[in-house]
Design a protein around this ligand. Structure first.
Ligand code: HEC
Ligand code: HEC
Length: 386
């Protein structure tokens, strides 16, 4: 916080600033004196780089423009692999476009969100009520693996293309800072914002409603693990038919195959499912694949490869234990633990990328050196220890 101690507390930084001030007051005087020369004021350029938010009234929106057609080219190159060519995919995230109608554009309220609507899947365009949010989000967070790499004009183009896919804009439209307010007036759910759930505005802005959640910090004897207390009983698993054969109204959201028994905890990814199925089908083979008798060397921990995984953005798509865009490192390590040429195979795959081993989402080729790729593969082949 010390870097920002002289910066004015803007609304967004209010909470942080308040905490920082309270913290500073709580420090004993001697420590405060020792810290007096630590840090420096943020420069105007630093504040400018930090202060990128675009507000609902478009305050903060950079000048620029981008057409639907430019957006299509950009979308195919940088967005479609995760969101689908028509922003309809639910493979990586819920669909972005779909579920809105010409009537919604007229009324500013999406029918599919109304009570009783037969719409199980909610898309971004159904929910968003401020166009600034869509622009701002793409500008700060997308593409997921390389955030903040788009120019302002490219963000306009991507936003325009998404709106075209939702039939909000015609295909010859060019979105710009000059006409964005007119487009806001066509946003399907522009009148859908409510503060009736009492989260905002809070008392500091003159609101009177209390938040709808209350919590307190646990300070002693806190539980460290969540325990699942309710679960679907086996007899109910197939109660609504096979979920894998059913699809949502927008985007494809395949459920699990409920005609088969559930997997053991931890087995999550498609490939692990396939493995488990093979094991169920041929138990004698599973027995044959006996675990390695002794570990020869101490496996390297994640600390040895973490800088590489971060530098190359691997962690944007791979979690240690959890599936993100790609499989978890733990699952990869498990899959190849008995393969003799695992290091070679994985090094090659990391550099070349690939598709179809774990699912339909492709892994792009990675621009890292052969040595780096081999080092990561070594760690994976030895169990991906933390
Ligand atoms: C590597 C996969 C990936 C790529 C490529 C990608 N996205 Fe995303 N996108 C995501 C994920 C994952 C989320 C959800 C992130 C979250 O909620 O934390 C998301 C969320 C979004 C959202 C917000 C949806 C919502 O309702 O909150 C928008 C809009 C979006 N992406 C647009 C884009 C655009 C435009 C591009 C190309 C410039 C792009 N994305 C490229 C993975 C990707
Ligand atoms: C844009 C997202 C993305 C990034 C970035 C990414 N991966 Fe992947 N990775 C995937 C996906 C998706 C798969 C599954 C591909 C498949 O099904 O064949 C995968 C698969 C893998 C596999 C298993 C290959 C196989 O044949 O089983 C390894 C190993 C791997 N990634 C390592 C890495 C490393 C190391 C990096 C960083 C240098 C990295 N990945 C960066 C998405 C990504």
């Amino acid at each position: 916080m010390s870097r920002f101690k002289h910066a004015p507390c803007s609304l967004l930084l209010l909470v942080l600033c308040t905490l920082g001030t309270a913290f500073a007051q709580a420090l004993p005087a001697a420590r405060q004196a020792a810290l007096a020369n630590v840090g420096r004021s943020a420069t105007p350029a630093e504040i400018k780089a930090w202060d990128i938010d675009v507000r609902p009234d478009f305050k903060g929106l950079p000048k620029g423009q981008g057409s639907v057609r430019q957006g299509e080219v950009l979308w195919e190159a940088q967005c479609a692999s995760c969101h689908g060519s028509f922003a309809e995919s639910s493979e990586v995230f819920t669909p972005i476009a779909g579920g809105t109608t010409a009537q919604d554009i007229k009324s500013g309220r999406v029918d599919g969100l109304m009570p009783g609507a037969n719409q199980p899947n909610r898309t971004t365009l159904m929910k968003v009520s401020t166009l600034s949010t869509l622009w701002d989000y793409i500008n700060r967070a997308m593409p997921w693996t390389a955030p903040k790499t788009l120019t302002a004009d490219e963000v306009y183009a991507a936003t325009a293309y998404i709106l075209f896919l939702g039939n909000v804009l015609p295909e010859d439209f060019t979105l710009s800072d000059a006409n964005i307010r007119e487009v806001q007036a066509r946003l399907p759910n522009r009148n859908g914002m409510t503060t009736a759930h009492a989260m905002w505005p809070g008392k500091e802005l003159g609101g009177t409603a209390k938040p709808d959640v209350q919590g307190s910090n646990c300070m002693a004897n806190c539980k460290t693990e969540a325990v699942v207390k309710s679960f679907l009983p086996d007899y109910a698993r197939n109660a609504h038919g096979n979920l894998a054969e059913q699809s949502r109204l927008v985007g494809e959201s395949r459920g699990i195959d409920t005609t088969r028994p559930p997997l053991a905890a931890g087995a999550k990814s498609g490939a692990v499912v396939a493995q488990a199925e093979r094991v169920t089908a041929a138990p004698e083979k599973a027995a044959a694949a006996a675990p390695a008798v002794a570990v020869k060397t101490v496996a390297p921990g994640a600390a040895s490869v973490m800088p590489l995984l971060q530098k190359n953005s691997c962690v944007a798509c791979h979690g240690m234990d959890s599936k993100l865009v790609g499989p978890s490192f733990k699952d990869i390590a498990n899959k190849y633990k008995d393969r003799a040429d695992a290091v070679n195979y994985l090094s090659g795959k990391i550099k070349a990328g690939g598709q179809g081993v774990w699912g339909a989402i492709p892994m792009p080729a990675q621009a890292l050196s052969a040595a780096e790729s081999a080092q990561i593969s070594q760690w994976l082949a030895q169990g991906a220890a933390k």
